[in-house]
Design a protein around this ligand. Structure first.
Ligand code: ADP
Ligand code: MG
Length: 694
């Protein structure tokens, strides 16, 4: 069965004769096609080639040692369950050294004299021993030839399984990897063939191979990404925009009835948005404003403006909690005559059907919702404006889906994170930016305290004091990375502990596993003041607005990034009352302590982002991780090297698009080497996705 040809899009099932029972596991891990597997790259590489240890320069180095067991192993236990196992090894280069394993007592039985081994670990030249990290018994000689790739664990699939599947693909004689980059560009940058680049990544001889493979694949990835953005942009500007006939008196009345006066920054930004909406060109604007600067009211007014012009509006948000809150608060700001629907993943099928009908008939003015809004079946009678809140939580895919919903709708993106200009260009194309650079008046700076877990009683005392004044508090439960189950348990434990210590408090618990109704109920009881203290996981992070809450306690604050801490702190200090943010943590390392200090001293989101960069060093020069921009399989935009590739790929994709893709026939006229088979498929696929409704 190995005579057949397999392509990147061939299903793995077909390519590798995978047993049906393993199929599900693969698919759950996101592996459907040959592409999915071949484009899963090693985390790192290990050099397993034998080397002469006497030639090492450093006193300590990570090395691979090929050898055989000499002598009898010794095993010692200490401190209860801990153990140290040691044995003498004779290396393939004829040296003698001691190999040491910690906490792997069971290996003793296998260390019989004469057993061939490949050890990988930290070698100490003075002590003449190696602390073993990885042990391979009777190793395969092929490891001697090049670097060994170490793969990640993907959705419960072990690195070993991944590697063996990849080996089967890479050894498959029928594997054909179609080119995707036009030949002229490949020549211009001296890129490898796509197949060669993939082999360099998976089976390099040395790190130089990896660098060459990466360069080719990073260009490929960024070129295709930019090509898609060019198509998105063309789709957006293809039709004439809508010029909305906004009724300014109606809007003015709503503004007059707001419970506050707009800040001058809000007035300016609103004017920019309204003037865009009235112009016949489509609006594509990013509204940037720090947490608490009052973006929601701007969104509400813009949405109302489109309703006065007789069209519909949609507000897309990343979480259900936020969607429900926006419905509540926008409901209060706008006249009752405006009908507003809520649509999330938890909306029942019946309600959903009814709402879809209303939207398509125009019986609903506004809809606020999560990803569920993007469903292709959802259509509007006359959509005029889409607002995307916390836009960094959404990608190109979502922007495309929303554009497909109407004619040339106006789009307003909102974000609290400042994004450098070069990157906005690369990720959004041309986009206008409005900045809310002023907080509403009367706000007092949130007082930020840092305390250690053993002083939790004083934290509770502060909350007690605030509850006494009629205020409320949030407590963010500790976060243990990557385990939703453990996080949940932590939140439950913490809630119980607090109820025991403070039986007279009314405590609510909000977490991601609750159903929509339950979330709404808990949130509502907090908003209405029934609950004094809300214990929650980071589901609360973005956007939540309960002005009466004045205390934000963050347990294990050192586990969170500064951007998240800033977002969390932004949940309080939303009224004229003095508010507090208490960071509970006892970090041992200097950088972590420094970061908490930054939080204590700074309150401006932009400055915090800057300081965070300084502390993290040059690893993430442009703050990409902060900004929540997309991550890629190969490219790492936190590095200068790949940002340069992004820049050229951006230019190349744009010019390729305007010369060969903007007119459908021009592409067909290109010589075959300029439209390689995989590029043709990519373009066809994207063209089908970017439908232009009439
Ligand atoms: P964000 O920009 O973080 O989304 P919100 O829109 O949630 O901020 O606004 C934060 C709080 O400030 C809300 O309670 C809102 O009602 C209030 N707010 C907004 N604008 C003003 C203003 N001009 N004056 C006073 N309070 C305001
Ligand atoms: Mg907000």
């Amino acid at each position: 069965m190995s005579g057949h040809t397999i392509l990147l899009e061939t299903p793995l099932l077909v390519a590798l004769n995978i047993a049906p029972n393993r199929k599900k596991r693969l698919e759950d891990a996101g592996f459907h096609t040959v592409y999915d597997l071949l484009y899963t790259f090693p985390l790192r590489y290990e050099d397993h080639r034998p080397q002469d240890l006497s030639l090492l320069d450093e006193d300590q180095a990570t090395v691979a040692v090929w050898g055989v067991v000499r002598g009898v192993p010794t095993l010692r236990y200490y401190g209860g369950k801990k153990s140290r196992l040691a044995v003498s090894i004779e290396t393939s280069e004829g040296q003698e050294l001691k190999a040491v394993w910690f906490n792997q007592p069971y290996l003793r039985q296998r260390l019989l004299p004469g057993t061939p081994l490949l050890l990988y670990g930290l070698y100490d030249r003075r002590m003449q021993h190696i602390t073993v990290r990885e042990t391979t018994f009777s190793p395969d000689q092929s490891h001697k030839e090049g670097l060994s790739a170490v793969y990640p664990t993907v959705a419960g699939m072990s690195p070993k399984t991944l590697k063996s599947l990849l080996d089967r693909l890479l050894d498959h004689p029928g594997l054909v990897v179609d080119e995707v980059i036009p030949q002229s560009l490949r020549q211009k940058y001296r890129l490898l063939s796509r197949k060669e680049a993939l082999y360099m990544m998976h089976r390099p001889q040395d790190m130089n191979d990896v660098a060459k493979g990466r360069r080719t694949l990073a260009y490929e990835e960024l070129f295709l990404f930019q090509l898609e953005l060019a198509m998105l942009r063309a789709r957006r500007t293809k039709q004439p925009g809508l010029s909305h006939a906004i009724k300014h008196d109606a809007l003015g009345q709503v503004i007059n009835r707001l419970p506050f006066t707009l800040t001058s920054a809000q007035e300016r930004v609103l004017a920019e948005i309204l003037s865009d909406m009235e112009k016949p060109e489509g609006m594509y604007r990013l509204l940037q404003g720090d947490v608490g600067s009052g973006k929601t009211v701007i969104a509400a007014l813009a949405l109302y403006a489109v309703v006065t012009a007789g069209r519909q509006g949609a507000l897309l948000v990343p979480t259900e909690v936020l969607a429900m809150q926006h419905v509540r608060s926008i409901r209060k700001l706008l006249p009752l005559s405006v009908s507003i629907g809520l649509l999330t993943g938890r909306t029942t099928a019946g309600q959903r059907k009814e709402m879809m009908q209303k939207l398509s008939q125009g019986a609903l003015d506004l809809v606020i919702g999560t990803h569920a809004l993007l469903n292709d079946e959802l259509t509007f009678r006359d959509l005029g404006l889409v607002v995307i809140d916390e836009q960094h939580r959404f990608g190109v895919e979502q922007r495309r889906m929303i554009l497909n919903k109407g004619r040339q709708v106006d789009v307003l993106l909102m974000t609290a994170t400042p994004i450098p200009r070069t990157l906005t260009l690369a990720f959004f194309g041309d986009l206008d930016v409005s900045v809310l650079d002023e907080l509403p008046k009367g706000r007092k700076a949130v007082e930020t305290l840092w305390t250690t877990p053993n002083r939790f009683a004083s934290v509770l005392a502060l909350i007690e004091q605030e509850i006494g004044k009629g205020r409320q508090a949030y407590i963010i439960a500790p976060l243990i990375e990557e385990s939703e189950k453990v996080d949940l348990q932590n939140a439950i434990d913490l809630t119980e502990r607090i109820i025991q210590l403070k039986p007279h408090w009314k405590v609510g618990l909000l977490h991601g596993r609750l159903s929509g109704n339950e979330k709404e109920r808990v949130m509502h009881s907090f908003v209405s003041g029934e609950v004094d203290v809300l214990v929650t996981t980071t589901v609360i992070e973005v956007g939540v607005d309960v002005p009466n809450a004045t205390v934000m306690v963050i347990i294990d604050a050192d586990r969170f990034g500064l951007a998240t801490l800033h977002q969390l702190r932004g949940r309080v200090g939303r009224s004229g009352h003095q508010a507090y943010c208490v960071l509970v943590a006892d970090p041992k390392n200097e950088v972590a302590r420094e970061r908490l200090k930054v939080m204590r001293e700074e309150r401006d989101g932009f400055t915090i982002a800057q300081k965070d960069l300084e502390l993290r060093g040059p690893g993430d020069i442009f703050g990409i991780k902060q900004s929540g921009l997309p991550t890629f399989r190969v490219s790492d935009l936190t590095s200068l090297r790949d940002l340069k590739i992004l820049e050229v790929a951006h230019k190349d994709a744009r010019s390729f698009f305007s010369s060969h893709l903007s007119d459908p026939n021009a592409f067909l006229e290109l010589p075959p080497e300029e439209r390689p088979p995989a590029l043709v498929k990519f373009v066809e696929l994207k063209r089908a996705q970017y439908i232009v409704p009439d």
